[in-house]
Design a protein around this ligand. Structure first.
Ligand SMILES: C[S@@+](CC[C@H](N)C(=O)[O-])C[C@H]1O[C@@H](n2cnc3c(N)ncnc32)[C@H](O)[C@@H]1O
Length: 239
């Protein structure tokens, strides 16, 4: 359950991309394949708008929570890896990869494997739309500085706070570091460090990799940055 809480806290507050996914689903039709769906930030928005969605993620705990949040909605969950999934004979008019998930797939080889799987599951005239962040602003919170605002929430009396502490370039990745703190009603406290390494990916790199997987570029849409979130490019491909 703890991974669900941190996931909701750190990803759930992002809304700037939802209008684009809704517009694409409206244009392309159902079913939509949401790759790296997590607890359903995007899947649930689409399903509540009346779309049929297949939500795929490698984390069964996050997907279990997504299913629990989707009673009465046309949502199917699939626990699988984005680099190797095979949904027997299924084809999708729209395959989405929101929120830099494609930068978590283990570099060029992982992205290439995913792009081949996406191509194999694409319906005629279908679109694969992949959100990437090309650039991250590097920073390191110094002692005594407040740093960026934490993501905070409360569940069953326990207060959760996730504080961004650094973004550093490390080889072919950007490492996003956070300090996760909890305080329970008795005042007991936990502190842990969390680090995520996002592969550095540019639109041009992704286009080259997609071409090798049999996908051609259709266009790029930009989602502007906010105070709390980096901007992203949504790169769209067709067969
Ligand atoms: C940044 S979160 C995005 C969650 C959700 N799509 C959103 O936009 O809020 C990345 C998600 O990708 C999933 N993920 C990471 N690697 C994966 C892989 N190889 N195959 C499938 N899912 C993966 C994680 O479990 C996580 O739920």
């Amino acid at each position: 359950m703890t991974s669900v809480i941190w996931h909701d806290l750190e990803c759930g507050g992002y809304h700037e991309d939802i209008a684009l996914w809704l517009a694409l689903a409206g244009e392309r039709g159902d079913p939509v394949l949401d790759v790296g769906a997590g607890t359903g930030r995007v899947t649930l928005a689409l399903a509540r708008a009346g779309h049929r969605v297949v939500a795929l993620d490698s984390d069964p705990e996050l997907l279990g929570e997504l299913a629990r949040r989707a009673p009465g909605l046309a949502v199917e969950t699939v626990v699988d890896d984005a680099r190797s999934f095979a949904l027997a004979g299924r084809r999708f008019p729209l395959v989405l990869v929101p929120m830099q998930t494609v930068q978590l797939l283990g570099g060029t080889a992982g992205r290439a494997a995913f792009l081949r799987r996406a191509r194999a599951h694409l319906a005629a005239g279908g679109v694969v739309a992949v959100a990437i962040a090309e650039q991250f602003e590097e920073f390191e919170v110094q002692d005594g500085e407040p740093g960026p605002l934490p993501d905070m929430g409360e569940r069953d009396g326990v207060v959760y706070a996730s504080l961004p502490t650094a973004v550093r370039r490390n080889g072919a990745t950007f490492v996003l570091a956070r300090r996760r703190e909890t305080v329970d009603p008795a005042g007991r406290r936990t502190v842990s460090e969390d680090r995520i390494a996002l592969d550095i990916v540019t639109v041009r790199m992704l286009e080259r990799e997609a071409r090798t997987a049999g996908l051609r570029r259709l266009g790029v849409r930009r989602i502007a940055p906010t105070d709390a979130h980096v901007g992203s490019e949504v790169v769209m491909f067709g067969a």
